[in-house]
Design a protein around this ligand. Sequence first.
Ligand SMILES: [Zn+2]
Length: 272
Amino acid sequence: MLRRHAIASLLAAGAWGKGIERFFEGAHGAGVLVDRKTRRLIAAHAPELAGGSAAPPGSTLKPLVLNALLERGRLRAGETFPCPHDLRVGGRSFDCSHPPLGAPLTVRTAIAYSCNCFVAHYASRFHAGELGSEMERWGLVSRTNWFGEREATGRVWNAPVELQSLGEDGVLVTPASLAMAYCRLLSRAAPAILAGMADAVEFGTAQRARVTGLTVAGKTGSVRTPAGVYLAWFAGFTEAAVVSVMLQAKSGGGDAAPIAGRILEAQWKGQL
Ligand SMILES: [Zn+2]
């Protein structure tokens, strides 16, 4: 691990961005690539955003939420739920964007198709404050120390649990803290969670993260901040690396997933 003063000089020189900035092609956003086993930073694009900008994570939170419900015994991996498609919380619409699936959803398919109704339904089984403390446990409000003393942290506060579980309210994360949370998730994720993220890339919402010959898994997020800014997210992984990408754009699947896929491909091919 580099010492802090070394990181500061690298940041000043913009050296972190050299490896992966080309994949952003001028898009406004940030990205972090991490070694999955050592949890060391491999590369970052726009470190001032990656470690300094906290934003609502949208549906990238779903695997963490569902894994916490499984761990607490509030949800079984085989439990099924027929998606009603329409979801209103606090006067706002969070209707599912997936097509009719013809079968009730499980944890695995809910992640693959990013089912809002499924996640909000089961998140109501958390007791008051539990989801907030889970998110703190994942490290979403902690510094990763990849960006030295200038790094910001995420934030968690009380909000309706349905909105919190969808990453819409009550939680802000940095791209760095989301990547660290995924590192932690991977060390203990239930098989259904891992399978759901693999399916998301194989045939679900994250297909544009696919890389020929490489197994990529992950989760998209698309969210509008209270200030009206659209953010596109993807957090995912291969056997060797974890990546998170946040962009000012509308679609996690359409905008963030392809960039993340190319970053993971470059790492796999030893081009970083
Ligand atoms: Zn749904």
